[in-house]
Design a binder for this molecule. Sequence first.
Ligand SMILES: [Zn+2]
Length: 112
Amino acid sequence: MFCPNCLYEYKEGVTKCEDCGADLVKELPPEEEGDLPDIEVAELTEVENDIEAEALRGMLTDVGIHSFLRSNILPHSNINLSFFKRKSYGTIIVNKEDLEKAKEVLEDFRKL
Ligand SMILES: [Zn+2]
């Protein structure tokens, strides 16, 4: 038996936690998973501005690839973190499983 609050284990037959008074449970609930599923992601490419980012992400969405933009620019400011390193607005991230397909989309995109 376990206390769901204190996570202490009690002997069989004990019904309430001696510490906090909570009703004991037979098994503790499984540990909370993070909000995001544990998927492997990969960097597809860097983009120079939000227009490019949205256009590319739109093309990826069209073929069923979920993507997101990891911005190099701090929200609510125009400070580009990577300004001195490279001229980049952000990086398009995709699920690693989709990377090969996404690269094909990217190739088409760059031809436009
Ligand atoms: Zn307790």
